[in-house]
Design a protein around this ligand. Structure first.
Ligand code: DSN
Length: 414
């Protein structure tokens, strides 16, 4: 338990200590989560949280920003090199805010955008009617093919021709296959649209060379920094130099106020880590683990959407086990395995129930698990689903999950 907090504020200290234990004891298969390194955590918890630094390096609205300038310039330079892009804004507090700023920088409200359907893998900010994106802009959507469950590029092109969007957005939160950025560029060019890639889920894979980069094709790239990239909670916008001024103004002063300098410092640390050979090995292992886990689950009788994965995540159709996505999530939780229910393409069940779960390997790969360990993880998952609703069965699996997990140190904790 953190010592100072334990004395001053035992309630908060206890919640943090309990989450340290939870993160250590459980198997985390949430595809969008990871374990930041001790160095990233140290920068995140630093005194830079005390500083106001509206503006950009060298052009601030407050005095005393010399160290804020250093960390922000380091973050910008490192991320530009990491992803081979001309410009970067590292101030967005979240992925949604990065996407909001990207739209604000390039469009006028009411403009047309073509994005991926939420229930087929897209994100709320790609046009959901309950999100600012769907409220402020005029969206049309694309999805996946019924049989293959991969992006229907012919439909993307046909819709783009008819709808004439000013911007096409690709990137996903629940799509396990490589996205063909070159094909999206061709479609965007054909209808004279800008191309935006939201690479939040796969940023670490791209940085580590385990997924093709959108950089040669996209006008704007947005991303969070805490998923496969393994940095602090936050986001960024990468772009061509010609769009940099508009993007910077869209982030500040248009949409955000003071940047979180402590988070920017931690982003700089994470970008440094992601440029190492160790991170390249990590990114390759994340994909190898996902493929091994998908194969083992498939062998165990579960249907993997699109037949497998090219990335860090898979969508598992649990209806073959006669349970819903919600029941699967609950059964896994009871066994000490953390994952989220997720709609599968053309899901007959509502979003609060679903027929699937989304599983990802970024976090357990950060603990050093390898493809061989995925057989054990798959075994626990299959057993837990069979034990759905059986408290005694779940408790027995949970004990074995705890014993298994204890063999793998958690970065930033152990
Ligand atoms: N919440 C994130 C995810 O889990 O994919 C997307 O914003």
């Amino acid at each position: 338990m953190p010592e100072l907090l334990a004395t001053q504020d035992p309630e908060v200290a206890a919640a943090i200590a309990n989450d340290v234990r939870r993160q250590t004891d459980e198997i985390n298969l949430i595809a969008s989560e990871n374990y930041a390194s001790a160095a990233v955590l140290e920068a995140t918890g630093s005194v830079l949280t005390n500083k106001y630094a509206e503006g950009y390096p060298g052009r601030r609205y407050y005095a005393g920003c010399e160290n804020a300038d250093i960390v922000e310039t380091l973050a910008i330079d490192r991320v530009k090199e990491l992803f081979d892009v001309e410009a970067a804004n590292v101030q967005p507090h979240s992925g949604s805010q990065a996407n909001m700023a990207a739209y604000f920088a390039t469009l006028t409200t009411g403009d047309r955008i073509l994005g991926m359907q939420l229930d087929q893998g897209g994100h709320l900010t790609h046009g959901s009617p309950v999100n600012f994106s769907g409220k402020l802009y005029n969206f049309a959507s694309y999805g996946v093919l019924h049989e293959e469950e991969t992006i229907d590029h012919d439909a993307v092109l046909a819709t783009a021709r008819e709808f004439k969007p000013a911007l096409i957005v690709t990137g996903a939160t629940a799509y396990p296959r490589t996205i063909d950025f070159a094909r999206f560029r061709e479609i965007a060019d054909e209808v004279d649209a800008l191309l935006m890639v939201d690479m939040a889920h796969i940023a670490g894979l791209i940085a580590g060379g385990a997924h093709p980069s959108p950089a040669p094709y996209a006008d704007i790239i947005t991303s969070t920094t805490h998923k496969t990239l393994r940095g602090p909670r936050g986001a960024m916008i990468l772009s061509r130099r010609s769009l940099a001024r508009k993007i910077n103004s869209a982030v500040f002063p248009n949409m955000q106020g003071g940047p979180m300098v402590h988070a920017i410092a931690a982003k700089a640390v994470a970008f440094g880590e992601a440029a190492t050979p160790e991170f390249r090995s990590y990114a390759a292992a994340v994909v190898a683990n996902a493929q091994a886990l998908a194969a083992a689950l498939s062998k165990g009788g579960l249907r993997i959407v699109s037949g497998g994965t090219d990335t860090h995540m898979m969508l598992v159709d649990v209806s073959t086990r006669n349970i819903t996505g919600q029941e699967a999530e609950d059964a896994l939780r009871a066994a000490g395995i953390i994952a989220n229910k997720n709609a599968i393409p053309f899901d007959p069940l509502p979003p609060r129930v679903t027929s699937g779960v989304r599983l990802g390997t970024p976090a357990l790969t950060s603990r050093g698990m390898d493809a061989g360990d995925m057989n054990a993880v798959a075994g626990f998952i299959l057993e837990a689903m069979d034990a759905a609703g059986n408290d005694g069965g779940a408790a027995s699996i949970r004990r074995r999950v705890l014993d298994f997990a204890s063999k793998f140190p958690v970065p930033g904790i152990s």
